[in-house]
Design a protein. Structure first.
Length: 54
């Protein structure tokens, strides 16, 4: 029973990438896109709220 449960968990949490996917993922990690204006604003808002929590 435990081995069946382990297999189900492994099957549902493991991702098998094609060679093309590996290359795309590696490129994205090596050269991430610049943050958008919306992302920059969200980070500033987060940091200002975090400072007020102290």
């Amino acid at each position: 029973m435990a081995s069946a449960a382990r297999r189900i968990l492994e099957d549902s949490t493991r991702y098998v990438l094609s060679q093309e996917d590996v290359v795309a993922f590696s490129m994205a990690m090596d050269t991430p896109p610049s943050p958008t204006a919306r992302a920059i604003k969200a980070a500033k808002d987060y940091h200002s709220r975090e400072a007020l929590a102290d």
